[in-house]
Design a protein around this ligand. Structure first.
Ligand SMILES: [Zn+2]
Length: 65
């Protein structure tokens, strides 16, 4: 399993390890220092998505440092 994927500090979206900018919000503030992988398929029905202010389906990090 790949371990060096990058999480966005702005929106918590998980990006590929070679990404330069976030696929979701375009921020270049990406970090390997994150924890808690969560895949959100239906953000409108998900309490976690609401709490994280996620509106787009995808993979997100629960905690980004
Ligand atoms: Zn982002």
């Amino acid at each position: 399993m790949a371990t060096n994927r990058l999480a966005c500090r702005e929106c918590h979206r998980i990006n590929d390890g070679d990404a330069a900018t976030c696929v979701s919000c375009g921020s270049s503030s990406l970090t390997e220092d994150w924890a808690g992988y969560v895949s959100i398929a239906h953000p409108e029905e998900s309490e976690i998505a609401t709490e994280m202010q996620v509106t787009e389906a995808g993979a997100y990090a629960l905690k980004v440092r």
